[in-house]
Design a protein around this ligand. Structure first.
Ligand SMILES: [Zn+2]
Length: 300
């Protein structure tokens, strides 16, 4: 499970940085978190295709988080996408997107479903491979964070070993559940001889745009990787609070309180060219804090 950063800046594109967008990959499926302007170009640039992209989640309706969405949907249509697309976002987004389609007399050639986010927290998607929940954060307008959880899929089959012991592929589903195999001659093939431990559950929390607050801690406690915005450095803490944003030090405090294993920092203000002070300030509170760098995929 990994997250690829396509945009790490706030408000404006600046210093080669783009507005918010990330892609979380789980077992070969891609989920997009926010879709700022330039997302399509960033996908091209970093070789990400939308073939595996079935879900898009928009945290709130400030333009730097969704202005890339109409263009992306339009391109999917022009290129004759056939796979379904599910978009989750604030209720007003449905009409905005529909109007853009209607005025151009565009009828989408693929199944498209809009799912309005509820006010509070909710389970949005639940598949055998992963789940996505939303939770409210505190911003100037209604805003949600998201938790993506990778589920376990049983034990991992070792095909070569199965061949050695003569375990047929028709038994693989039962092997994944941990069963031993008994050959027609009555010999017991121990499960651990032909499988190994499967991937463990993993959780990634995307905390979107928010004030520094403990209000959503219950939703993000114990996550493997926590992404938190840090629009400003601590010297600008007053400005951060007035604009419902967070500083690098505060983001690190939140990650520490949440007992997160890894912290990614993003949504940097356009007033900063050099980002290393963000990393240094956060690392004083949360050692190992990393900047979310565009084009980089981070293991979760
Ligand atoms: Zn923003």
């Amino acid at each position: 499970m990994k997250v690829t950063i396509l945009g790490n800046n706030s408000a404006l594109p600046a210093f080669g940085r783009h507005p918010s967008c990330q892609i979380v990959s789980v077992y070969g499926e891609d989920l997009m978190l926010d879709c700022g302007e330039g997302t399509q170009m960033q996908m091209h640039r970093y070789g990400l295709r939308w073939r595996n992209l079935g879900y898009i989640f928009i945290s709130h309706l400030h333009g730097d988080h969704y202005f890339g969405l109409p263009g992306l949907i339009n391109s999917m249509n022009l290129l004759s996408r056939t796979a379904p697309l599910h978009v989750f976002g604030p209720p007003a987004l449905e009409g905005i997107l529909q109007q853009i389609l209607d005025v151009a007399d565009t009828v989408l050639c693929f199944p498209y479903e809009f799912h309005p986010l509820p006010e509070g927290s909710a389970l949005l998607v639940d598949t055998p491979s992963f789940s996505v929940t939303c939770f409210p954060v505190e911003h100037r307008i209604s805003c949600h964070g998201f938790v993506v959880e990778r589920k376990t899929r049983g034990r991992k089959i070792l095909p070569d070993r199965c061949g050695d012991y003569g375990v047929p592929s028709t038994f693989f589903d039962r092997l994944k559940q941990g069963e031993d195999y008994v050959t027609p001659e009555g010999m017991v093939v121990k499960n651990e001889w032909v499988t190994e431990a499967g991937p463990s559950p993993r959780r990634y929390a995307y905390c979107a745009d928010t004030l520094f607050t403990e209000s959503f801690l219950p939703y993000v406690t114990g996550v493997d990787t926590l992404y938190h915005e840090c629009t400003y450095l601590d010297a600008d803490a007053e400005k951060a609070a007035a604009r419902f944003h967070t500083t690098a030090r505060q983001a690190a405090q939140l990650a520490r309180m949440a007992n997160a294993k890894q912290l990614l920092l993003g949504h940097f203000s356009s007033k900063y060219r050099d980002l290393d002070p963000f990393r240094a300030e956060a690392a004083e509170v949360f050692p190992g804090a990393q900047l979310a760098v565009e084009g980089v995929a981070y293991e979760i």
